[in-house]
Ligand binder design. Structure first.
Ligand SMILES: NC(=O)c1ccc[n+]([C@@H]2O[C@H](COP(=O)([O-])OP(=O)(O)OC[C@H]3O[C@@H](n4cnc5c(N)ncnc54)[C@H](O)[C@@H]3O)[C@@H](O)[C@H]2O)c1
Length: 448
């Protein structure tokens, strides 16, 4: 047996041990893997956007025994080639480099596209993939504006595709257990949730207009976004803080915890949204708030709040990220890992469920590969076995929508507006409503 094959099987065994965690998925050993899964049983996937998160996803997908990565797409040739090398080592076969993902979608063998590009590409690329008959794993937030989220849900339905959002905590066993116990009344009726993110992010400075680096297709990087001249401080990663491409810390880290809070509070569309915040810490090109509070009210007599401090890392509940639920009989706290604690009304610790897998909470790439594999498995099994997706796009959109509404409240300075609890649409506020969609680069408008 060749070394790469041996490594592959060793890693497959590790992944198998991981996916059997919590009893959610059956465990395999390497031999049974070899017997059970032929080449045709493996879901053939392509990945687009492989610098940071996409590279971590590529490693993770490559480790899954029931999947094969057959193409890698990136507008940066260097990132694409690096990722291919990494995948080949794990998988034992080399995916094709196809810079333009639209070409990758033309491959009839391709079954699913994994999207880990900047946010402005999520919905447009996911819709093109659905139209091409591919299933989609799209990173959070699934949309850059509310209209896109509606279009993406419509595309998933019209083309009957499995679309999973990368809110991986939906598949973490202890998080599932915690939410289930909330729904079963462990702290009585839950009426308030608070989520947070804290960090000490440095300034991004003032960008210089610069020549586009060789091997980088900036036109395709911008894609649906109206063209802006290339500057040396927008990518990778810093695009998060520019409205043309990103959705700020709310869309970045908030989506995860707003999704958990919405799940725990058993609520869907809001009835009111308000937000305050600003770019307080540095004077630089960063446009989104570095400090922000968003509050949502829901028709089921619950409300929730998101607090983010990108430039002050003082923790809350001893954790830099998390979500806490407050109820009639006590409090349940999730610290962002696969752990939770329950307290009574006198702050007495009643239950302490520890995280058993290491988490790097400030990793911008992947807090936990092993736990994320559960979410990936859920997606692959959704495709092959029809199991329901833990972060099906309708759920993903509803959580993303709350974040986008919070950003709209901040951006319009209107601070507070009502929304229709039937569909989340903004009520009686024409200025805020202008942000329901965006201006697109002509010719790049997404349509179902
Ligand atoms: N689920 C999670 O825990 C998690 C963690 C980190 C990031 N993310 C999400 O992943 C996404 C990517 O974040 P990142 O930190 O990796 O950003 P990044 O800027 O480091 O990487 C983005 C990649 O996309 C590529 N790209 C851009 N346009 C493309 C196109 N049209 N076709 C192919 N490739 C294209 C870029 O060249 C780059 O390689 C973000 O939406 C982020 O919110 C999720």
């Amino acid at each position: 047996m060749g070394k790469s094959r041996r490594d592959f099987i060793k890693k497959t065994m590790t992944a198998s041990a991981v996916v059997s965690l919590g009893g959610i998925l059956p465990s395999f050993n390497a031999k049974s893997y070899g017997n059970i899964l032929g080449a045709n049983d493996r879901v053939k996937v392509g990945i687009m956007g492989v610098h940071a998160r996409g590279l971590a996803l590529a490693e993770n997908y490559a480790r899954q025994k029931n999947c094969e990565i057959i193409s890698i797409s990136d507008v940066n040739v260097g990132y694409m080639n690096k990722c291919i090398g990494v995948v080949e080592k794990i998988q034992g076969s080399s995916p094709k480099p196809i810079g333009d993902f639209r070409k990758a979608l033309e491959n009839k063998d391709l079954e699913a596209m994994i999207i880990a590009t900047p946010d402005h590409w999520h919905t447009p690329a996911a819709i093109l993939a659905c139209k091409a008959g591919k299933h989609v794993y799209v990173e959070k937030p699934c949309a850059h504006n509310p209209k896109e989220g509606e279009l993406l849900v419509a595309a998933a339905r019209k083309y009957n595709r499995k679309v999973q959002m990368g809110s991986q905590r939906r598949s973490w066993p202890n998080v599932i257990e915690a939410i289930q116990s909330l729904h079963e009344g462990v702290i009585g009726r839950v009426y308030f949730a608070k989520g947070w993110y804290t960090n000490n992010r440095p300034t991004i400075g003032i960008g210089e207009t610069a020549g586009i680096p060789s091997g980088f297709n900036y036109d395709l990087w911008q894609g649906p976004a109206p063209r802006q001249p290339y500057k040396d401080n927008i990518q990778p990663y810093n695009w998060h803080w520019f409205w043309n491409w990103g959705t700020g810390e709310a869309g970045n880290n908030g989506t995860h915890f707003v999704d958990i809070m919405r799940w725990g509070l058993n609520c869907s569309f809001s009835s009111n949204v308000r937000s305050s915040g600003g770019r307080y810490r540095y004077e630089d090109d960063w446009q989104t708030p570095d400090t922000q509070v968003i509050t949502w009210e829901f028709p089921n007599n619950t409300f929730m709040e998101w607090e983010s401090r990108s430039c002050n890392g003082r923790t809350i509940e001893g954790s830099s990220v998390g979500a806490a639920f407050y109820g009639e009989k006590g409090t349940l706290v999730l610290d962002g890992s696969n752990a939770y604690k329950i307290y009574d009304l006198d702050n007495k610790l009643l239950k302490d469920v520890k995280n058993d897998i290491s988490i790097k909470i400030h990793s911008t790439v992947s807090p936990s590969q092993a736990l994320d594999a559960l979410h990936i498995q859920n997606f692959l099994k959704g495709i092959r076995e029809g199991v329901s997706l833990n972060a099906e796009i309708e759920k993903g959109y509803r959580s993303t929508l709350l974040i986008l509404l919070g950003n709209i409240a901040f951006r319009t300075g209107s601070v507070s507006f009502n929304t229709n609890p039937q569909d989340g649409h903004i009520l009686d506020n024409d200025i805020a409503n202008k942000y329901w969609s965006r201006r697109y680069q002509p010719g790049w408008e997404p349509s179902v």
